[in-house]
Design a protein around this ligand. Sequence first.
Ligand SMILES: NC(=O)c1ccc[n+]([C@@H]2O[C@H](COP(=O)([O-])OP(=O)(O)OC[C@H]3O[C@@H](n4cnc5c(N)ncnc54)[C@H](O)[C@@H]3O)[C@@H](O)[C@H]2O)c1
Length: 326
Amino acid sequence: LKIKVSIIAGGAGFIGSNLIRYLQSEKRHIVVIDNMCRGSKSFLNSVLSLDRHSISILEGDCADQDFLHGAFILANEFGDLDEVWHLAANSDIPAGIADANVDLKDTFLTTFALLEVMKRFKVSTINFASSSAIYGDFGGVPIYEEIGPLLPISNYGAMKLASEALISAAVESYLERANIFRFPNVVGIPATHGVILDFVRKLIVKPECLMVLGDGSQQKAYLHVSDLIEAMLLVRSARLSKKIELVNIGPIDHGVSVRSIAEWVVERVSPTASIQYGEGNKGWVGDVSKFSYSTKRLQSYGWTPKLDSAGAVNKAINEIALQLGQ
Ligand SMILES: NC(=O)c1ccc[n+]([C@@H]2O[C@H](COP(=O)([O-])OP(=O)(O)OC[C@H]3O[C@@H](n4cnc5c(N)ncnc54)[C@H](O)[C@@H]3O)[C@@H](O)[C@H]2O)c1
């Protein structure tokens, strides 16, 4: 029997490097494709030490179809390539507001190119990392999957929504299954971006004072990366009559405020620091300041997270502080 092969586009990043461990336990061969713009080979050291032979790492751009073609040929040589996890994207929302090309290339054209090459190689399944950013700003009311109209307020959200649309069209013509996962804020290590990493880094540079973007009232849902991956694997394993499944993944609570996160980070990293808040309820242009998910659909799969938002954030604060030597 041929061994199953998974491609993880963006597999050297935060979530991808965590996902590998779970796929290793399914005895799959894993082909990581990453241009290392934010990911790092060093994030893969622990999974390589578990089983070096189950992973191939290819450095290159997922928006480049010729490069992908070569990568898919190699993946097919290891066995039966039956799925792609598409996690490659620009994960820095403000960077995409400053230069729209960033999200066009890294968030949208990666999806376009991967789908084109999946079609060529007849790969049946895509697992796509979408985002709460596709919804835009609903002012904090619980957002369920069918809510609309979808009016993203960042280029990142716009390019994720456009990617979902392309995947939907691909399902109509050639894909057998697409799992579209709309992530909340995901926390844990190895952190590459996000509010906790930002606060810890700032306190290392300036231990006496933490400057917060916005007035700290922003309220969002956070999920620990381990809970996120377990939810994705549960949905992926479900036998469904439909070809496309679309789920919000998030905690069952209404989230925690940036003010609470700032206080918890200060307490862990630099307890005597003062906290200075900015003005307005947005951290940056394109920031959705109040965000809450309905996760009823995911719960219907029998899933509940092990950690709520506060638990996930506090666990990640400790992990990220240790990651940065604190
Ligand atoms: N972490 C979160 O809170 C969160 C929330 C919503 C959605 N997501 C999505 O989940 C996915 C993974 O996020 P993450 O937190 O692990 O981010 P990350 O930045 O750590 O990982 C993304 C990886 O993709 C790679 N990459 C980017 N552009 C590429 C390109 N053109 N070609 C090849 N590789 C490329 C980066 O080097 C990085 O390793 C992303 O699609 C992100 O948009 C993450």
